[in-house]
Design a protein around this ligand. Structure first.
Ligand code: FAD
Length: 368
């Protein structure tokens, strides 16, 4: 029987580990960190994932906030609220990833935590995967190591050679916020989302151009000088209880094009391509990619398809499902973060009702 190694244990990696292990396939998943841990993420998941998650018992038995309205505010505080046709739900990655980790173990996956994959090479119809302490052999490798990893350098992926100007910050807060509403508040050179998650708290997560940070020196000064110019953000920051001493922060977030198959490795989730966060669809895409990758890997492990078919069919399906969404996300992001374009976007969705639904549809998929 062929075996599978998964590099990276976020949503794409963990869900693939669950699906493949439940089908009796030998899976080793290697994750750099130790569960449970917090991640920078807005923590809003599109409902297009719901039937898949329920069907595979991949949602924890918790009461989760159902979100079906979106508020958009412009840099200077103009606001529009509209319904989200499909909607979504909120769950913290701390809770969700930890639950999936335990599901993967229960399904029989071998999970190595606190271990970094240092290199992956393809030879002799299989892979050698190097960690600090041990080398592993695998018939299939799924690259699920997220938006940016040292592995991208090792694999000589072209996007990693250019610097990216975006940084992101995430807090968990307690404030008065309608649980059915996700708000996207613009500020100069960035935007900030807020929505409810499990545990009667909210996730406050923003993306900013690094110029903002460089100019103001530290997060606190930047938030006061830049984010507070949007009155909605000022109110939230001044009245919320911030739950942890320090926020989660990441840098160098790139939305550049990547490839779904690199050196025979199937890439899933952000490792294959990252959609701009304002779309709120990255997690749905990671879950959907895990599904299509796992189905094809299963066929390969059962010797029903060969490697060329596995790689070509995965790339074809991935491009059909996601390439246009990624492009649309990059275009829509251009409307945000500047005063006049964010005013234009808010004005458009407020006065031309179908525009809002159309914009959301461009970046979302259908239930799978
Ligand atoms: C600011 C921001 C807000 C967002 N908000 C939302 C939102 O509200 N809704 C939404 O759907 N999406 C959102 N996203 C996108 C979403 O977070 C990602 O699309 C999703 O997490 C992708 O999952 P993944 O499994 O591909 O990667 P990740 O969840 O990032 O997991 C990758 C894992 O690989 C591990 N890893 C990396 N390198 C190695 C290595 N060499 N060896 C071993 N392990 C390794 C990492 O430690 C990590 O655990 C947001 C993203 C950002 C930046």
């Amino acid at each position: 029987m062929k075996n599978v190694l998964i590099a990276g244990g976020g949503l794409a990696g963990l869900v693939s580990a669950c699906l493949l292990s439940k089908r009796g396939i030998a899976v080793t998943l290697i994750e750099r960190k130790t569960y449970p841990f917090h991640r920078v993420c807005g923590e809003y998941i599109s409902n297009e994932t719901l039937s898949f998650l329920h069907h595979n018992n991949l949602l924890p038995d918790l009461t989760l906030p159902r979100i079906n309205r979106l508020q958009l505010t412009s840099v200077n505080g103009k606001s529009a609220i509209f319904p989200l046709d499909l909607g979504g739900f909120g769950i913290s990655r701390y809770t969700f990833d930890h639950f999936l980790y335990k599901e993967a173990l229960a399904a029989g996956a071998h999970v190595l935590q606190n271990t970094e994959v240092e290199d992956i090479s393809y030879d002799d119809d299989g892979f050698t995967v190097k960690t600090l302490n041990q080398d592993y052999r695998a018939d299939v490798v799924l690259g699920a190591f997220g938006k940016r990893s040292r592995l991208d350098l090792k694999l000589d992926r072209s996007f990693i050679k250019s610097r990216s100007p975006y940084a992101a910050v995430k807090y968990h807060i307690k404030t008065i916020h309608p649980p059915d509403l996700i708000a996207l508040h613009n500020f100069k050179n960035g935007y900030c989302g807020i929505s409810a998650v499990d545990g009667e708290k909210q996730t406050l997560c923003y993306l900013t151009h690094r110029h903002n940070l460089k100019h103001h020196g530290n997060l606190r000064a930047m938030e006061q000088a830049v984010l507070f110019s949007n009155p909605f953000l000022k109110t939230i920051f001044q009245n919320a209880e911030f739950l942890y001493a320090k926020p989660e922060v990441i840098n160098e977030i790139s939305f550049a094009k990547k490839t779904p198959v690199t050196q025979h490795i199937l890439m899933a989730g952000d490792a294959a391509g990252m959609i701009t966060p304002l779309c709120g669809n990255g997690m749905a895409m990671a879950l959907h990619a895990a599904k299509i990758a796992s189905d094809l890997i299963t066929e390969f492990c059962e010797s029903r398809i060969n490697r060329a078919h596995l790689e070509n069919e995965y790339a074809r399906k991935w491009n059909t499902l996601f390439a246009r969404r990624l492009w649309a996300g990059r275009q829509i992001q251009k409307l945000f973060g500047a005063e006049w374009t964010s005013n234009l976007a808010v004005g458009l969705v407020k006065h031309v009702k179908p525009v809002a639904g159309w914009l959301v549809k461009q970046t979302h998929g259908v239930p799978f």
